[in-house]
Design a protein around this ligand. Structure first.
Ligand SMILES: [Zn+2]
Length: 318
């Protein structure tokens, strides 16, 4: 099945300044080498880093994004202009291991003007993400691949990253360091409230088995004591074989779950296939890798709350 490849334009070309909220900022972002009155020019590699950096920077930076809304950040390709913009930004906020093209651009253009948030996000491999509750046999089913990059789906890890972004912005712009620290404290508090809601909302559920297509919810599952079964793996590239689909269908039937979760952007043929074969329902769970008109909210917090509603629905939480 080549669902993603068929639906997404390739290569994904970048137009700086055309990203969501920043649409009005236009050309002044692309070449902004020395900031000036506009404050710091910061590039975030994909949506969760953009949102978080904007919260922390407030009015003191202009934050643009390398991944177009609606595009799959995992297989981002960068135009030469985009690579150039990486070189001229005051800071590039990215997460090593998430996007190979960004890793390359940073290592050639922005070694000293980049912040890799991965260390502060405390990344784990899928193997480490709290599979204690499973039998050996179940555990052996998981893909024990590289580290899972989807830390932002755990509000606690996401908050840690916000504090590190504030520190770095404060070093670059000491005059506003206190603002960055205070903004980070605000966003950590908001994320703490979200964490509470998730904790409470997912405390008592008929099922704790979370069947997803793209295996993006490992940190969320670990935080709230759910068991994620991903169909396509950590990177949505890897498409399941017919044998894998049949295996997943039989696991879904064994688990007795009522819901298979799909992403909002695509009409998820994989989830629909599994659901049809197992008599389950497809609900949406948004990995928040981009924000589009299809998103169930205007920003990270709103979409996460929509995710909570969807989880409570599908898992039968009281
Ligand atoms: Zn992903």
């Amino acid at each position: 099945m080549t669902v993603r490849r068929l639906l997404l334009p390739l290569p994904l070309l970048l137009v700086l300044g055309a990203c969501g909220d920043d649409a009005g900022n236009g050309d002044d972002t692309a070449g902004g080498a020395d900031g000036g009155d506009a404050g710091l020019q910061v590039i975030a590699s994909f949506y969760p880093l953009q949102w978080l950096t904007e919260q922390v920077a407030g009015e003191h930076a202009e934050v643009t994004m390398l991944t177009s809304p609606g595009a799959d950040p995992h297989d981002l390709e960068l135009t030469p202009q985009a690579v150039g913009s990486v070189g001229s930004a005051d800071l590039v906020v990215y997460s090593a291991g998430m996007q190979a093209a960004v890793d390359d651009a940073v290592s050639s253009q922005a070694q000293d003007s980049s912040l890799d948030v991965a260390p502060s996000a405390d990344l784990l491999t899928a193997e480490e993400e709290g599979h204690e509750g499973e039998s050996e046999e179940e555990h052996a089913e998981h893909d024990h691949g590289p580290e899972d990059p989807h830390f932002w789906l755990d509000p606690v890890r996401y908050g840690q990253v916000g504090e590190v972004i504030a520190e770095r912005l404060g070093e670059l712009d000491p005059e506003h360091a206190e603002d960055y620290t205070a903004n980070a404290a605000d966003v950590v508090a908001e994320l703490g409230a979200l964490d509470e809601e998730l904790s409470t909302g997912l405390a008592t559920c008929e099922s704790r088995d979370l069947v997803t297509t793209h295996e993006a919810f490992g940190y969320l599952a670990a935080r709230y004591d759910l068991h994620q079964m991903g169909i396509t793996g950590i990177s949505p590239e890897s498409e399941p074989s017919p044998a894998r689909l049949a295996e997943v269908s039989s696991q879904v039937e064994e688990l007795g779950v009522s819901t298979v979760y799909a992403e909002p952007i695509l009409t998820d043929a994989i989830a629909s296939t599994i659901a049809r074969e197992t008599g389950t329902t497809v609900l949406t769970l948004d990995p928040l890798e981009g924000l589009t008109d299809a998103s169930a909210g205007e920003d990270y917090l709103e979409v996460m709350r929509a995710n909570l509603d969807s989880l409570r629905d599908g898992l039968g939480c009281s």
